[in-house]
Design a protein around this ligand. Structure first.
Ligand code: HSE
Length: 415
């Protein structure tokens, strides 16, 4: 019988206990032995649960317990999760985490410690909730040169955007619903401003390209400035708006990365990833394109990924199966301003006819869009491929002539 502990009895932690108790016999068959939750760490009280007697507020009750071989860290945040994880690995226990913030900041260091102590630090649940993406990327796709990763990596924002697109639900109402359903972070700023998706694309890039990537080096824009007008123009263009994380290797070991809302064409599989679902497209030079789609947040889907890692850690005890990557000795993320994209732009102008002439002289391959109830002074258009800094200069030039730029959104070229 393998004894495990769970640190943090929130949405994910309580889901882990539930999945282990509900699927006990299936899990035992796959792990080769029964798995039992011996301790649950949380500072809050949880009276009335069938396992209330397992709770402790003292981390040492877990760290010093030699019977416990695997610990699930579902607390979130950097501290004290980092210190706890380090101590546990150094005590010879494997740690399973759903904590993307910690993996994105300290992954290289914690993986190195795990290797030194011949235990595992596994983090399948840190990206894509219930979607198996970490192990497929570093194991099943290990024979490939990964040419690009593009993903919808945040369930909360995808849920909000779906409500805005399908139901014309106001942003705040959709966010409140996502929080109620347990999808959002404690502080949803990380969801709506793109920080959570950024951590996840950094973890995928580190796995695919072998070097730690710090989220603060990745240009990140969230969804808070999107309007229903932009959603309508995306529809008339033939697509939808999604929050996209993207990583693509360039020369010298550098990686071009970005997190931002994008127009996604209806032909892309990502356009049909709705609600709390996440979708990740990986392009390998041998396999071509592979899509991974599933529930990107929520209690049981995320617990499913955690418990999968628990089973792996129990089964592979004494073997270090975690993928490692190098600490970052330099910033490998290229300057996004030198990258190129096509853009959608929405403006208001007192005199649209004159404005059109100026727009066409500043932007390339201008193509106008229309929408129902379009105000007379509003223009929306897409551009050809432009270097980021040139597109910005063009927007500044038209703004100087009194044309107010209300939105500028990148367009995803199909991978
Ligand atoms: N807040 C996150 C999301 C939870 O909405 O995707 C899963 O990481």
């Amino acid at each position: 019988m393998a004894k495990i502990a769970v640190m943090g009895h929130g949405v994910v932690g309580s889901g882990v206990v539930e999945v282990i108790n509900t699927n006990r016999s299936h899990i035992a068959k796959r792990a080769g032995e029964e798995i039992e939750v011996k301790r649950v760490l949380d500072l809050r009280e949880f009276p009335g649960l069938p396992y209330t007697d397992l709770f402790t507020k003292d981390f040492q009750d877990i760290c010093n317990d030699e019977e416990i071989s695997v610990v699930c860290e579902t607390m979130g945040g950097l501290h004290p999760a980092y210190e706890f994880t380090k101590s546990l690995l150094e005590s010879g226990k494997s740690v399973i985490t759903s904590n993307k913030e910690l993996v994105a900041q300290k992954g290289a260091e914690l993986l190195k410690i795990a290797k030194e102590y011949n235990v595992n630090y596994l983090f399948e649940a840190s990206v894509g909730g219930g979607i198996p993406i970490i192990r497929p990327l570093h194991r099943c796709l290990a024979g490939n040169d990964i040419e690009e990763i593009v993903g919808i990596l945040n369930g909360t924002t995808n849920f909000i955007l779906t409500k805005m697109i399908d139901d014309e639900m106001p942003f705040e109402e959709a966010l409140a619903l996502a929080q109620k359903l347990g999808y959002a972070e404690k502080d949803p700023t990380a969801d709506i401003e793109g920080g959570d998706a950024c951590r996840k694309i950094c973890i995928l890039a580190a796995l695919a390209y072998g070097t730690h990537v710090y989220p603060e080096n990745v240009h990140t824009t969230g969804i808070t400035k999107l309007t229903l007008a932009d959603v309508d123009y995306a529809r008339s263009w033939g697509g939808v708006i999604k929050l996209i994380g993207r990583a693509k290797p360039v020369e010298n070991g550098d990686v071009s990365m970005m997190v931002c809302p994008m127009f996604v064409p209806n032909e892309s599989v990502l356009s049909s990833v709705h609600d709390v679902f996440n979708g990740v497209l990986v392009k390998g030079n041998a396999v071509d394109k592979v899509a991974f789609i599933g529930r990107g947040a929520g209690k049981l889907p995320t617990a499913s990924a955690v418990v999968g890692d628990v089973v792996a850690a129990v089964k592979e005890k004494g073997t270090s199966i975690s993928q490692t990557w190098k600490p970052a000795d330099r910033n490998v993320v290229t300057d996004y301003k030198q990258g190129s994209n096509k853009f959608y732009v929405r403006v208001v102008a007192d005199d649209p006819t004159t404005a059109k002439q100026l727009i066409e002289s500043c932007f390339t391959e201008v193509c106008y869009l229309t929408r129902e109830n379009q105000p007379e002074n509003e223009l929306a258009f897409t551009t050809g491929m432009m270097v980021e800094c040139e597109a910005r200069k063009a927007a500044e030039q038209i703004a100087k002539q009194g044309i107010k730029v209300l939105a500028k959104i990148r367009i995803l070229d199909l991978i």
